[in-house]
Ligand binder design. Structure first.
Ligand SMILES: [Zn+2]
Length: 641
């Protein structure tokens, strides 16, 4: 944990520099998506240059992905020309993202052409599957080169995209002019370009949200026309999310906001935040099925909050001079963690899910962390510092390794801060006041129109100072303790201070049931100690659990339960009946070439997490209460129903 107040000032000045180099021609970037349906994206760039050595770099450290995820291995057909002749090039042997060439005398520009081999296999985030036969998501960094050492904030790019016949598009880029199937956009800095992806498909609909002082829309592309069918009240429900976020933060730092939403079973499923838009990807039937719609509310709320927490206010270690500089991700427990906390509250406030469903989600988060054995060796702070190696880690021994826990564990920590602020002020102050002070500020739509979105970096001490401005408390000591703790127990003090406690019983958890409905798996983490996918493969074994003690290995495939062919239902029934039987549950598994029976000596019955009330004041319901709508009106209605 470090304070970076001095660094903040320098970076703040850098980020406020003029948005484009006056007098220098923009870099033209023309992207051809007509072969995107067969996983090929073509691009041509014209880069103003002077005679002499020139190094062009490909973006490596991608904002919001928190790591060096620029997909350089999928770049092919790279060719440079100047003055009508091909130029020789060499890769920098110490930097895979750098191409060295010499610009000949008399040339004033280099033409670069390249293909991006749009992935057909899974990979992390935008470096993964982003095109299908019916749609494409274009992340401009996947096709961009720029002169080494130049500031992406100061470089101007003039973008265009050519679409397959009949395709339409959504993007936060402005000033579009169309000519045939080619769309040209107004020049923007490289920062704005990388921050403004584009979705396109023949299956496209744009949902405008009513009732705000600036445009908000959800731009949907899908693998089939039927996937675009909106549930009743969809636009109004998300308009309430916009209203609740506005009431929470008090100011918006974007000119307009576009949720780009891709619905396909053949792309990666994740969200990536941008300042005036976000790239959100879920299954094809998201709008049609209830569990998916809840997942949508969660995803869209999370990415939207990032416009304030992550884009406008950003840890100084994530504000870099260009895309080649490593990130310091140590403050992701604020950037991602507080976003995750607000993701749990805002959908309840907007009526996208019920308070009770919100509690089931929180119970699942708390239980998962309570059963995270790796917390004995890896403190939360290390999960943030090591984010770049923890994203996308496989599921085996996850509870011992720990994953990107700075998301979910921070939910509990920010709830503790919130509960302390509320209790200490008898309900007069809350974490909402911190959000208003730290992420809000004055409305400045005019300035926004002129300069575009602004970045204000911060360090740990800035967070502590802002909390102290809202309510008395040793916030520094509290946060440092939670971040460095190696307690084997999850930090549940906030939940308890909010009037609720974590319990386990045999009733299914509603949020877990939704997750299992989506992926077909069986999560028996809190009973047997295994999480099984729909094929019967053991995704993980919880350290210290009955399955762990019996010797079951992650990756093993269940073949039979108590001598009968494996099925998810049979496994669930055996666990449910375990309290009434004296003998262990017998699991026949295949592990590689070996078949083996494990006797799991478990007799606790089905166990699922829930929250129940304690004697104290119910602060959690106050946290979930809408700020805009009357608490009595339609709390259970909306798009999620
Ligand atoms: Zn996030």
């Amino acid at each position: 944990m470090s304070s970076s107040r001095a660094a903040s000032t320098v970076l703040l000045l850098a980020s406020l520099a003029a948005p484009a180099v006056a007098g220098s021609a923009p870099i033209a970037i023309d992207v051809d998506l007509r072969e995107a349906p067969r996983s090929l994206v073509h691009a041509k760039l014209v880069i103003p240059a002077s005679p002499g050595p020139l190094t062009l770099v490909y973006p490596q450290w991608i904002p919001g992905e928190h790591g060096p995820s620029g997909p350089i291995r999928d770049l092919a057909g790279v060719r440079f020309r100047a003055g009508g002749a091909d130029l020789a090039w060499q890769r920098d042997p110490l930097d895979m993202y750098a191409f060295r060439l010499d610009v000949p005398a008399g040339a004033d520009a280099v033409e670069a052409s390249l293909d991006y081999l749009a992935p057909v296999v899974a990979a992390n985030f935008t470096a993964g599957r982003s095109t299908t036969a019916a749609l494409a998501v274009l992340s401009w960094n996947t096709v961009a080169l720029y002169p080494q050492g130049a500031s992406p904030e100061a470089l101007s790019f003039a973008p265009s995209v050519t679409l397959p016949d009949g395709w339409r598009y959504g993007t936060a880029l402005e000033g579009a002019t169309e000519s045939g199937s080619t769309v040209r956009f107004a020049p923007v800095s490289l920062v704005r370009l990388v921050d403004s992806p584009l979705v396109a498909s023949a299956n496209f609909t744009r949902v405008e949200l009513p009732g705000s002082d600036r445009p908000h829309s959800i731009d949907v592309v899908a693998d089939s026309p039927g996937a675009l069918t909106l549930p009743p009240g969809f636009a109004d429900a998300y308009a309430r999310l916009v209203g609740e976020a506005g009431a929470l933060f008090g100011a918006r730092h974007y000119r307009h906001y576009d949720w780009l939403l891709t619905l396909s079973d053949n792309v990666e499923h994740f969200g990536l935040e941008h300042h005036e838009s976000s790239d959100n990807r879920l299954g094809e039937r998201t709008l049609l099925e209830e569990p998916w719609r809840k997942a949508l509310a969660s995803l869209l709320a999370h990415e939207y909050v990032h416009s304030w927490n992550g884009k406008y206010r950003r840890p100084a270690g994530l504000v870099r001079a260009d895309y080649q500089q490593p990130f310091d991700t140590g403050l992701l427990w604020v950037y991602e963690g507080l976003t995750q906390y607000l993701r749990e509250l805002l959908p309840a406030r907007a009526g996208l899910w019920s308070d009770e469903y919100g509690r089931e989600r929180l119970a699942l988060i708390a239980a998962n962390l309570e059963y995270q054995a790796g917390r004995r060796w890896r403190p939360l702070q290390d999960t943030a510092a090591a984010a770049q190696v923890l994203f996308g880690v496989p599921s085996y021994w996850r509870s011992w390794r720990r994953g990107a826990d700075f998301y979910d564990e921070s939910v509990l920590i920010w709830m503790e801060v919130d509960a302390r602020l509320r209790a200490g002020s008898k309900g007069a102050r809350s974490l909402d006041d911190f959000c208003h002070a730290f992420y809000g500020g004055a409305e400045h739509l005019d300035a926004l129109e002129e300069t575009g979105p602004e970045v204000r970096p911060y360090g740990f001490d800035d967070v502590v100072a802002a909390l102290s401005g809202v309510g008395a408390g040793d916030w520094k000591a509290l946060l440092e303790d939670r971040l460095s703790s190696k307690s084997e127990h999850a930090p549940l003090a906030g939940l308890e201070a909010a009037g609720w406690k974590l319990v386990f019983d045999d009733k299914p958890n509603a949020a877990l049931a939704d997750r299992q409905a989506l992926d077909g798996g069986r999560d028996l983490s809190y009973s047997l100690g295994i999480d099984v996918d729909k094929e019967g493969t053991v995704r993980d074994v919880r350290v210290g659990s009955p399955a762990d003690q019996a010797g079951v290995a992650p990756g093993a495939k269940l073949v039979a339960v108590d001598g009968l062919a494996w099925s998810g239902d049979r496994l669930g029934e055996a666990v449910a009946a375990s309290a009434q039987r004296q003998v262990p549950i017998e699991l026949l598994v295949r592990q590689g070439e070996l078949f083996r029976t494990y006797r799991v000596d478990y007799h606790g019955g089905a166990r699922y997490p829930h929250l129940v009330r304690t004697a104290g004041a119910d602060l959690l319901t106050a946290m979930q209460a809408p700020r805009v709508r009357p608490a009595t009106a339609g709390r259970r209605g909306g798009a999620a129903r």
